[in-house]
Design a protein around this ligand. Sequence first.
Ligand SMILES: [Zn+2]
Length: 441
Amino acid sequence: MAWVETSRRPQRWKGKPLCSWLLHAAGLGLWLWAGCGGTAMDSGDGGSRSDGGATTSDMATTINTGSFPTTLPQVQPTQGAISQPHIVPIFFPNNTLRTQLTSYVQNYVARSASYAVMAEYGVTSTTVGTAVQLATSPPVSVTDDDIQALIAARVGDGTFPAANGRTIYVLFYPQGTTINRPNAKSCVDFGAYHGWTKVGGQDAPYAVIPQCSSTSQPGTLPALTVATSHEITEAVTDPIGVSLYEMNDPYSLWFAPFSGNEVADMCEWLSDTAVTEVGIGTSARIWSNAAMRNKKNPCLPVPAAAPSFFAIPFLPDLRTVQINSSLRQTELVTLMGSTPRTIEVRLSSDSPIPPMITVDAQEIPIATLSTPSPAKVLALTWQEAPAATRVTAVAGSTVHLQLSASSAPLSGYTTFRVYATITLPGGAKTQTMWAGQVNVR
Ligand SMILES: [Zn+2]
């Protein structure tokens, strides 16, 4: 199961006639809708609510021919990553995984093909500080405010190195500690997160890694290292929530079907979301803008012997929506009531022998404040396999996805993911994914 991971950034989406906005509630790991006239729960993380009206327009997309859209999805930098991050692992007493986790962090930043993606985002060198062992016993329960206070206090007394904007504090909590965020508990609602605070006037990014199973279980260390690599790469590329976290147009709504658009979030929902490297351990696969620009599998590293392959839904409409203070052109499928609509899903691969690609589509409803787990409203069926939930066809062909809505979602919007799966020599499966948005009118 992929963990929903959270960072501390509210983001709001407003598109007429929605009179609603989307925000990322701290701790929930959900993008939440506040309905018309409702009281939006502000997460208190800053940012400004977007209440102005946005113009809305639909137009046919006619520029896309071939296997790929003319514009490819990219995580869009606003400010840069930390160019010379300094990672400090922090443990409570008696954490018997301390040595292994410290070695993992050292090897990960030095040699992993997952962390190597950081270079394209402007990271030139990474250092790992001496692991810190706290003197105090781990708390049974802790809040994010408590964690920020702990960082400030331990920097203050010299236990932690000083904050300087590039030092990232990675706090490993043992299994007995529950981290409580607003309406969300560690290991139940989120797996790990990264955040930021100020210490002595300096930015102090940090990551919080709960342990969700007992140390003796074989899956515990890999789960911890996947979470650690996810949060380290995101703390490096989006240290204070203003760097690599959103998509270029027309993909600005991809944060909804993903849990965010930070560089690990973008690969979190694949069946093969992690990679195990000899001598390093198990790490999250990380989104590479450069690979995507080159029409290669964007989640690195790619499994050995895997060609590039995609199943890309071509969404026919463009809509102007307001996200925070920006008007964004976003692609989507507009459904008028219950009238079905069919879109093309184009299959491609760079393999000289075109692989068979199995494609399936899954609706991901957008959570709302009043409906945290909204019902699905879409029927997603394949013209080429009407009775099946998925379709298999050869790369180079086009399959057709029919969408219809049984009712309008509360926000008017819902989203879906299209997964492409191929089988590698030896039998392992590997995936790529694309996202789509639907407006039901
Ligand atoms: Zn993330």
